[in-house]
Ligand binder design. Structure first.
Ligand code: ADP
Ligand code: MG
Length: 341
């Protein structure tokens, strides 16, 4: 090094450090994250927000779980399930989630069904099942599943004996929407709320530019991406059978049940991602399209796209995306072909 450059070194270093600080400061100062286990999944809230706001958001989600979970005896849903044929006045919020769940049940021809509880209880009641129940038990449980037998008059609910509710396929989406609404109301302009596959982003990511949401490769270890979706102010929900399942006789039995058969869905899709505004709708739809399988999902897709929904359907070796995602989705895995249709 020459004498001259030696003299300049401190200046260059100072500039470099200042440059780093200038570049880094906004992120490092603003970005906060909280990660907790709630609603049966890992919940992450991250963004330009204060510690108390993080706490309040987590508390809100905890309260929501205590109201909606079918696993808790004293939740609103738990009380309905303990005595299904009595009249239950629901809170307006729970009634609204159930009404939307019934809406998607109708539109998916029952592929999504919030009354699937007798079957989910049978298949996954205590989370320790490692072989299928008897065909008789499945048939019996299936007799008590049917969204069209739910009577919801305003906020008053009545089911039939032995029926039950399971909002597990829609509650996380609702939770994500509520968390985001809460944060927006408090002036948060950059945040990401992730309820284990139900992601909602607010604004741009800190540092600028759209948020980048990784889509899990359903055939790989958790964290291995299929691709990346860029977006701002939207919800991205993925459903698949790759996270919770048991293996029996060389087959994988997942936690999404096909109400038409009473058995875990044997979908030819590996995962379905729904991109839309409300995570509640995305959550129900992702489960519904997964159960429907590729062909029926494709035939429902067109009308839903006109309503603003967009999809990433992942099958064996093939990823099908909606035309509206062409510029925002990038396939990373080399093990799939990409088609737009
Ligand atoms: P995840 O919970 O893994 O995000 P989903 O959103 O697809 O996945 O929800 C699956 C949950 O929904 C199940 O754990 C169960 O509680 C419930 N469920 C299972 N099958 C159905 C179905 N056909 N319709 C509605 N809900 C379902
Ligand atoms: Mg769902």
């Amino acid at each position: 090094m020459t004498r001259r450059s030696l003299l300049l070194l401190p200046v260059v270093l100072a500039a470099a450090i200042a440059g780093i600080l200038l570049f880094r400061a906004p992120d490092a100062e603003e970005l906060r994250e909280r990660r907790v286990f709630l609603m049966g999944t890992t919940v992450t809230v991250r963004g330009s927000l204060s510690e108390p706001l993080l706490d309040e958001t987590i508390a809100l989600l905890g309260a929501l779980e205590r109201r909606l979970s079918a696993h808790l005896d004293d939740s609103e849903i738990g009380r309905v399930n303990a005595d299904p044929s009595s009249e239950h006045p629901l809170s307006p919020e729970t009634a609204q989630v159930l009404a939307r769940a019934l809406y998607w049940a109708r539109r998916s021809d029952g592929a999504f069904d919030p009354t699937v509880r007798p079957l989910t209880l049978l298949w996954n009641g205590d989370g320790t099942r490692h072989r299928p129940p008897s065909p008789e038990a499945v048939a019996e449980a299936r007799r008590h599943v049917g969204w069209d037998r739910v009577r919801l008059d305003g906020d008053i609910l009545r089911l039939e004996p032995s029926m039950g509710l399971d909002l597990g396929g829609i509650a996380k989406g609702y939770g994500a929407d509520e968390a985001v609404r809460f944060l927006r109301d408090r002036g948060v302009t950059r945040a990401i709320v992730d309820l284990g596959g139900n992601v909602v982003v607010i604004g741009d990511r800190p540092g600028g530019g759209p948020w980048r949401i990784g889509i899990q490769d359903p055939q790989k270890e958790r964290g291995e991406r299929l691709g990346v979706l860029e977006g701002r102010d939207l919800s991205v929900v993925t459903s698949g059978n790759y996270e919770r399942f048991f293996d029996w006789e060389g087959k994988r039995w997942g936690h999404i049940v096909d109400p038409a058969t009473g058995w875990p869905s044997e979908s030819d899709l590996l995962s379905v991602t729904v991109v839309c505004e409300a995570s509640l709708d995305g959550d129900a739809l992702a489960t519904a399209l997964f159960v429907l399988g590729r062909e029926r999902a494709l035939s429902l897709k067109g009308e839903l796209e006109k309503e603003g929904y967009a999809f990433i359907l992942v099958g064996d070796g093939l990823v099908t995306i909606s035309p509206s995602l062409e510029s925002s989705f990038r396939l990373e895995s080399t093990e799939y072909d990409l088609e737009t249709r």
